[in-house]
Design a protein around this ligand. Structure first.
Ligand code: ZN
Length: 284
């Protein structure tokens, strides 16, 4: 009995140690992070390959004393849009990613930190916060290729929320391998006119931002992969609210994007019930 108990304990701790360590950061956001963070955590716990902690930053300027232990994790997922982190925390984060850590930016996390150069290089494109042509180009799809558009103008906008079709743009990328060429995403805010350094950005998926919904009339990059030093960034511009984070397409691409950012590989199979381009699907 005792030996069996000991053995099962050893097995348990070994499997826990094998899990990919994920840190979600939140605490400030113009979105309802108190509701969406628990859903992000649940989505990531479902495949059984991640262990997920949350570090909630204090409000306002008190974030200056906040010092998360990035280096104890394989990947950091940000659901944070707020006051600038302290110079020490910024430096620690840059070191974490450039030395091989993963970073995943969710929705308004790409509104954060217009003044932080390295952060903008990591996310490739960002919005709001005074971003404009000085922040970098727009990425525009022309004749099947993503091109840099340096036209002056604001960075970051969105129209009314609606369901929209996501189109795969990099089917060979590990995050996208096995996903359909297009799928219907649940009601979300479709960010448009993001701009930033846009260096080495692989657009994984985009969506048409319709003018009749107050959009740009352009294909907008919404899922992106960006190398930063030895690290990997998965930029996910989706996930405004509860409808969006309860989308099966959102959940599966998040699970795959977090694994890729952490390890450079994706071992998860695409579920048979992944949505097609005709109808969106809620998470089971
Ligand atoms: Zn939003």
């Amino acid at each position: 009995m005792k030996l069996l108990a000991l053995l099962s304990l050893v097995t348990l701790s070994a499997s826990a140690a094998d899990k990919i360590k994920v840190l979600i950061v939140d605490g400030q956001n113009n979105h309802d992070w108190r509701k969406t963070t628990p859903v992000l955590k649940q989505i990531l716990e479902e495949p059984g390959i991640f262990s997920v902690d949350v570090d909630t930053a204090p409000g306002g300027g008190a974030v200056a004393t906040w010092s998360p232990k990035f280096s104890e994790y394989a990947v950091v997922v940000s659901n944070y849009n707020g006051a600038l982190w302290s110079p020490e925390t910024q430096e620690k984060f840059e070191k974490f990613v450039s030395e091989g850590g993963g970073f995943v930016s969710i929705h308004a996390a790409d509104n954060s930190f217009p003044e932080w150069k390295a952060y903008n290089e990591m996310i490739g494109l960002g919005g709001w916060g005074g971003r404009n042509e000085k922040s970098g180009p727009y990425m525009r799809l022309r004749d099947g290729k993503w091109t840099m558009d340096t036209t002056p103008g604001a960075g970051g906008s969105h129209g009314a929320q609606h369901e929209f079709v996501m189109t795969t743009r990099a089917p060979e990328h590990p995050i996208m391998a096995g996903l359909p060429a297009a799928w219907m995403h649940r009601q979300d805010e479709l960010y448009n006119r993001l701009r930033g350094p846009a260096k080495n950005v692989t657009v994984l998926a985009s969506a048409m931002s319709p003018k009749e919904k107050g959009g740009s009339g352009e294909e907008e990059p919404l899922l992106m992969a960006i190398p930063y030093g030895k690290g990997r960034v998965f930029h996910n511009a989706l996930g405004h609210g509860m409808e969006a984070v309860h989308c099966q397409g959102f959940a599966v691409t998040l699970q795959r994007g977090v694994e890729w950012a952490a390890t450079g590989k994706v071992t998860q199979k695409v579920p048979a019930d992944f949505p097609d381009d005709k109808a969106s699907k809620s998470r089971p």
